[in-house]
Design a protein around this ligand. Structure first.
Ligand SMILES: [Zn+2]
Length: 157
């Protein structure tokens, strides 16, 4: 029994050697076998990629969750302060608008008075023309058609 086993060892080794040799030769010359091996490798790479993708997604989700938690905590702790700052800023902006509203009003007044003056000037010029070009008999100043005295020299018309 023992002796038979020891005799078998070299035979098994030779058979394994032949098997490896045959496999190597098949690998060199058989595109089908090479393709099958390559397909298996691609499959395992794809499997590994899927696992990695899951890991990356989980990591990303964890990181995003942590970030959201952190922001949430900051808001919990500093929310009132942030609100204060926001309302202060808003208050300052409102105040600035209110401060400037006086200037804005002044500007509006100036503009409207300037417009009013221009309109009045234009109106009086138009009126002077449409009055039928009446002039003072003595000094030649344009006067209203119905005026009795000249507004410049005061003489009766
Ligand atoms: Zn006159």
């Amino acid at each position: 029994m023992h002796q038979a086993f020891f005799h078998a060892v070299p035979v098994i080794m030779i058979l394994v050697g032949i098997a490896i040799f045959v496999f190597a030769v098949f690998m060199m010359f058989s595109p089908a076998l090479r393709g099958r091996m390559l397909a298996r490798q691609i499959k395992s790479v794809r499997y590994a990629t899927d696992i990695a993708k899951d890991d990356i997604r989980k990591t990303g989700e964890n990181m995003a969750g942590a970030a959201i938690d952190t922001i949430g905590n900051i808001l919990d702790e500093k929310g009132d302060r942030l609100q204060d700052i926001a309302s202060q800023t808003l208050g300052r902006q409102t105040q600035a608008i209110l401060d400037n509203s006086d200037k804005l009003e002044e500007l509006t007044d100036l503009t409207s008075s300037a417009v009013a003056k221009t309109v009045a000037k234009a109106a009086s010029a138009f009126k002077g023309k449409s009055a039928g070009d009446v002039y003072c008999k003595y000094c030649g100043t344009p006067i209203d058609g119905d005026s009795v005295f000249c507004k410049k020299c005061g003489k009766k018309q």
